[in-house]
Design a protein around this ligand. Sequence first.
Ligand SMILES: [Zn+2]
Length: 427
Amino acid sequence: MSVQTFDAIAARIDDKVDDLVELTQALIRIPTVNPPGDAYTPCAELIGRRLAARGFEIAYLRGEGTPGDSDRYPRTNVVARREGRRPGKCVHFNSHIDVVEAGIGWSTDPFGGEVRDGKVFGRGACDMKGGLAASIIAAEAFLEINPDFDGAIEISGTADEETGGYGGVAFLAGKGLFSKPRVDHVIIPEPLNKDRICLGHRGVWWAEIETRGRIAHGSMPFLGDCAVRHMGAVLERFERELYPLLASKHTDMPVVPPGARQSTMNINAIHGGLPEGFDGLPSPLVPDSCRMVIDRRFLIEEALDEVKGEVVGILEDLEANRPDFAYSISDIMEVLPTMTERDAPVVQAVAGGIGAVLGKEPEYVISPGTYDQKHIARIGHLHDCIAYGPGILDLAHQVDEFVGIADMADSAKVMAHALAALLSAPN
Ligand SMILES: [Zn+2]
């Protein structure tokens, strides 16, 4: 792309800043809170109507039968595609339209989209309606300057990322919408900061461990066997052996924040014994079951079998050595780590855009958590995928979430630059 062409696109984005802000506000004002997955249809339709007016073909796809889908809460996704004059590569911008619960303590209406101090405030401003709006403005500016382009541009707004993406990207990937030859390059405008390229994420293993005991009267616990005390023995071994082991495992993945450059495990929940009977009075029983949910995040250097083996090894050892210890363990979710190569075309194109717009080298990062890239890699088998978008990751899910207007405009320019580079690359 010539310098003049890019300057023209960048100038067009500057002309569209008011439009960018209004679009972000309009998206925030539709409270797509998930769970339960509210208002997906009007949000998808807002995107669909806008892009239909710009020559995109619009498809609405409901993730029918996926977790949480119902007539009251349909998992509505929108996929918009604009074909160029000649066949070529397809660049896809994917944003999730769901947001998490607003919570309490906001200084402004979380679904009001207030503009103050050069920022748009609201739930989802940064994660990730600001990024979605930036990608739409980037594509529109590109199309106005390059109506005669080769290839295709796709923009999707998808459901349920915050709850695993099953009714959103996973569903669409299962239908072939994130695979070659339909799509070649994917940019997910998650809020990683405008000068960072997120290459992937760590792995996840969620599991539930249950220890079992024997019920008896609380006044005669010696007649029963307390499942909570057995779980206490598990926790003690975790503290003594597992946590030091995890802290000793470091990764070469550039995970941010740096505290996540090692293996980690959260204990999400622990439940044992019967709930209160009534009026706060306890049930005087020896608990016969105790359940714990663990959330283990692992590194690209670790194999999932090894990760599971560390926990199961402790449980087996307790079973062999602790009297009456009995347990079971079941997987809840497994996600393998994913990391796109730095020399992949989409990485190079966005790095070029960051250089052109911000005059610097990008920082390459890895997310501590996971996002929809997992489904594109594993179900779609498409590996030319990154997250790149405006906003500060730390603000996601917090009160008074915002996105900077100048940051949105800059990242729209980076996206447009990358789009132009990817669509003009030789086939
Ligand atoms: Zn997000």
